[in-house]
Design a protein around this ligand. Structure first.
Ligand SMILES: *Cc1c(COP(=O)(O)O)cnc(C)c1O
Length: 407
């Protein structure tokens, strides 16, 4: 890494490290400002941001429509609690449901909270039907559903569960993509199956359409609800406002967060009219969820996505970028094992740990990250141009060359 000791960045990092919990292996970069696809650190170094705050900044940094919506709403009404109605929430629920976000929406503050709500909704739905033992949740290997106790349990990864027991009961795991295993695991006791149509943290793995179709059919046969966790792959990232629209398989419950507010924290549990019957007044709630401020930010984000046809742009730019990544794979065959993804959710799987490539990218001014150890992940904003992609590919090429030649 670049030597940052003695810099403003180093001072900022030392202050944060002195008084925050050691939950993150943060990269040694301290960001202070962003504009479009670019951002700058405390010492003025410029970065091309191809991670977008982990799939959050879908409109890039400081998009004027988002900035003014937040400022206007902040001056009007920031928060009022769910004891009252507010216009931004009503309008956001209308907009989402009109464009495919199923029939009814519950707003919360984060992805884990949305999945937690979806699991509660599925169990309560079955319970209200008198099926009190129909409470098990099936999830997939390579999944990621969040960091609360129930969602780490749904996440089929021992490393993020270790030491947090006892975990909630009632979770079963199935190998991603294995239809026969799914058929065997979904029983009369299964309340719901939860799936990311494109798995993110698990290594950027799009699931096969056939697998999702089979999941739909198996859930229907067994009376289980199908939950799509679109927290990372939704909000236009894979070419449609909702990822399920790209696969042609409709879930009963859909969870959103990351890109929904364009950077402002907001999550959502969307459900069909039928599945939404699971919740009655008093069953579930949140103080902050669906605040006027967060909903105004999400409204500006979703309206911009729709009016500028940004999901289509994500698909087109994704194809352009993927073609470039395929050229890099051909050029660095010993180092690049596979490139894959959908839209602007792309991964470069290496034959070895990807951290050195990431460090070289940072040095050369490109923000990406590493997931599942060996996968370099790209989640850029949808406003990127072909020239931005060319520059990112140039840096990735240099980083792969440097790491490859180092042996
Ligand atoms: C990020 C993510 C979550 C968790 O979201 P948080 O806002 O971090 O709680 C859940 N599911 C998927 C697919 C994610 O990518």
């Amino acid at each position: 890494m670049a030597d940052v000791s003695g810099s403003r960045s180093a001072a900022l990092m030392a202050r944060a490290d002195a008084h925050t919990m050691k939950t993150y292996g943060r990269y040694p970069i301290a960001l202070v400002r962003g504009e479009g696809v670019r951002c700058w650190d405390a010492d003025g170094k410029e970065y091309l941001d191809f991670l977008g705050g982990i799939a959050v900044n879908v409109l890039g940094h400081a998009h004027p429509a988002l900035v003014s919506a937040i400022a206007d709403q902040a001056a009007r009404l920031i928060h009022c609690s769910n004891l009252y109605y507010s216009e931004p929430m009503a309008e956001l629920a209308e907009l989402l449901t009109q464009h495919g976000g199923l029939d009814r929406v519950f707003f919360c503050n984060s992805g884990a909270e949305a999945n937690e709500g979806a699991i509660k909704l599925a169990r309560k739905y079955q319970w209200r039907k008198g099926l009190k033992a129909k409470n098990r949740i099936v999830s997939l290997t390579h999944s990621f559903h969040g960091r609360t106790l129930a969602t780490v349990t749904a996440t089929a990864k021992p490393a993020i569960q270790e030491g947090f027991g006892p975990l909630p009961e009632g979770f079963d795991y199935v190998e991603a993509g294995d239809v026969a295993a799914l058929r065997a695991a979904v029983t009369d006791r299964t309340a719901a199956v939860i799936v990311e149509p494109v798995q993110g943290e698990g290594g950027v793995r799009p699931l096969a359409r056939e697998f999702l179709e089979a999941a739909r059919a198996i859930c229907d046969e067994r009376g289980a609800l199908l939950i799509f966790d679109e927290i990372q792959c939704g909000m236009g990232r894979v070419g449609h406002l909702f990822a399920y629209q790209a696969f042609g398989v409709k879930p009963d419950i859909l969870t959103l967060a990351k890109g929904l507010g364009g950077g402002v924290p907001i999550g959502a549990v969307c459900a069909t009219e039928e599945a939404a019957r699971g919740f009655a007044p008093g069953d579930h709630g949140t103080t902050f969820g669906g605040s006027p401020l967060a909903c105004a930010a999400a409204l500006a984000t979703v309206k911009t996505l729709l009016s500028e046809d940004l999901p289509a742009r994500a698909a087109a730019m994704g194809e352009y970028l993927l073609a470039g990544l395929r050229r890099l794979q051909a050029k660095h065959p010993g180092l690049v094992k596979e490139v894959r993804g959908m839209g602007l959710m792309l991964g470069i799987e290496l034959t070895r740990p990807a951290r050195p490539v990431l460090e070289k990218c940072h040095e050369l001014g490109l923000l990406v990250n590493v997931t599942a150890d060996t996968v370099v992940r790209l989640l850029p904003p949808y406003i990127i141009t072909a020239a931005d992609c060319d520059r990112a590919l140039e840096i990735l090429d240099q980083a792969l060359a440097a790491v490859g030649s180092a042996g």
